[in-house]
Ligand binder design. Structure first.
Ligand code: NAD
Length: 267
């Protein structure tokens, strides 16, 4: 079984500037690292100061020629998004790649879901990608660039207790298609990735709370035709492809990265 394949050589990002939201940990951090390895200058935007600083410091120490920068931002705050865009302009002067990855899943049973919680999930997962793309679009050069939105298989498949999250992720796929159309004349390609089960801290927490973590891990892996859950680099490799010239004729699509989980007739 292959995983964590190395950086595809056709996917160079040399000389490019990239922003990755939610890059302090998990999938976003793996994307930041992959982009750095492909030669990009990367700025992480995240609300977690400690993890954000640590990620930027560790990645920069691993490759000082391609320093990774961190700016703290709470993407739920509308006003903060314009401030962050100003910081990116001062830092790079231009932008080639934006990855809208930051997201939260705060749902409970839909009867217990409050309007405030609904608004928070939609604000971070859907409104922020819209506003950040709007603010950063002027920084893309005439040659264009790439926007990548990290959605989820929840956009297309129902899981109990996940209503607001699913709506936000389905909205993100719709946003992807519409922005792809509106930004095509600027040569900015806009695509989404729909990951399935990816081992991040949320999954680890879920396992820790299980009475039989070993059985849970084995059962979840067995749901996947490819026989395992995903790891953050699986998503990062897809993001690298969509950011690079290897996907130059691809826009408005959604790339499912789920080990085949959702192709089963009963999934
Ligand atoms: N892990 C999975 O199985 C999975 C599956 C499908 C989709 N996704 C999506 O992938 C993305 C990353 O997920 P992950 O598992 O790496 O999550 P994670 O919780 O490990 O990382 C998310 C990051 O987003 C940041 N963030 C959250 N709210 C923010 C805010 N208001 N402002 C700024 N930053 C904020 C967090 O601080 C964190 O660093 C999310 O959009 C998630 O919905 C994850």
């Amino acid at each position: 079984m292959r995983e964590n394949a190395g950086t595809p050589t056709a996917c160079s990002l040399a000389g490019q500037s990239a922003v990755v939201t939610g890059g302090a940990q998990g999938i976003g951090r793996a994307i930041a690292e992959r982009f750095q390895q492909a030669g990009a200058r990367v700025c992480i935007l995240d609300c977690d100061n400690v993890a954000g600083e640590a990620a930027a410091n560790e990645l920069t120490a691993a490759d000082p020629a391609h320093a990774v920068t961190f700016h703290r931002i709470d993407l739920e705050q509308i006003g903060a998004i314009a401030v962050a865009a100003g910081q990116i302009k001062s830092l790079y002067g231009k932008l080639d790649i934006l990855v809208n990855n930051a997201g939260v899943e705060l749902d409970t049973n839909f009867q217990q879901m409050t309007a405030a919680l609904w608004d928070k999930v939609l604000a971070i997962n859907l409104r922020a990608p819209f506003l950040l793309t709007q603010e950063l679009e002027p920084l893309f050069p005439v040659a264009g660039g790439a926007v990548i939105n990290i959605s989820s298989i929840h956009a297309t498949h129902a899981f109990a207790g996940s209503t607001a999250y699913a709506c936000s992720k389905a909205g993100l796929v719709a946003l992807t298609r519409n922005l792809a159309l509106e930004l095509a004349h600027r040569h900015i390609r806009v695509n989404a990735i729909c990951p399935g089960y990816i081992d991040t801290r949320l999954w680890e927490e879920y396992l820790r709370q299980s009475p039989d973590a070993e059985a849970l891990a084995a059962n979840t892996a067995a749901l996947h035709p490819l026989g395992r859950r995903g790891v953050p680099t699986d998503v990062a490799n897809a993001a690298l492809f969509l950011a690079s010239d290897g996907s130059a004729f691809i826009t408005g699509t959604c790339l499912v990265v789920d080990g085949g989980l959702t192709i089963r007739a009963h999934s």
